[in-house]
Design a protein around this ligand. Structure first.
Ligand SMILES: Cc1cc2nc3c(=O)[nH]c(=O)nc-3n(C[C@H](O)[C@H](O)[C@H](O)COP(=O)(O)O)c2cc1C
Length: 195
């Protein structure tokens, strides 16, 4: 064995989604953010295209993101579906987090790698980031939905046409007890083919 599988398994199983409303206002320092992102870049990716493009919002820039989120939710939500609670959630989350990472996806300029593969690679990067947060005792929350993955967000981030944002990853120190998780037993999700 090259590493402690027991320690690795503990981190994987202890990784939890913790919503920004449960973060304290303690600042996550830049060296920690850089380690989280750096570990993200070690994710597997087909053709070594390294499709992730991180846009880091901290400090007062979070207000700009919050304002965009509010305006974009209002812009894209039909009046009959509009919920004040959702608007407030969208605007509060960036301010409740010490740092928010917009998860940009840059398409392979040679067009050899499919978008699905590029998305899978970014998802692997997010998992690396979330596991690193867990090791630091930091909460992480991957938020998706039309406001953060749509054309408006692409333009807000200045991503090229054809590229997109795959969501926001919110980070902060938890103010709550570390949540418990649940998964189905392995036999419920596994078929063994042996003959
Ligand atoms: C691609 C992806 C998108 C997600 N988007 C959201 C989201 O928009 N809102 C949300 O509350 N949770 C979102 N989550 C987090 C899931 O709700 C969470 O992973 C699930 O409840 C299991 O909890 P755990 O991460 O603590 O194991 C997302 C997770 C993934 C992988």
């Amino acid at each position: 064995m090259r590493y402690s599988v027991s320690e690795l398994s503990d981190i994987i199983r202890d990784r939890r989604t913790i919503p920004p409303k449960d973060f304290t206002d303690r600042v996550v320092h830049r060296d920690i953010i850089e380690r989280v992102l750096g570990n993200g870049t070690w994710a597997p990716n087909h053709g070594l295209t390294q499709p992730w493009r991180f846009h880091v919002f901290s400090g007062v820039a979070r207000q700009r993101l919050a304002d965009f989120m509010g305006a974009e939710y209002t812009r894209i939500t039909p009046p009959e579906k509009f919920l004040q609670r959702k608007l407030e959630n969208a605007m509060q989350r960036p301010l409740q987090s010490s740092v928010v990472i917009a998860l940009g996806l840059a398409r392979d300029p040679k067009g050899k790698i499919s978008e699905l593969e590029e998305q899978l690679a970014v998802a692997c990067a997010v998992q690396n980031m979330h596991l690193t947060c867990t090791a630091y005792g930091l909460g992480g929350f991957w938020g998706t939905g039309g406001v953060v993955t749509g054309e408006g967000m692409r333009r807000f981030l200045g991503l090229a046409e054809g590229d997109r944002c795959l969501g926001l990853f919110y980070m902060g120190y938890p103010a709550v007890e570390w949540p418990k998780g649940y998964r189905k037993p392995l036999p419920d999700v596994t078929t063994w083919h042996e003959e």
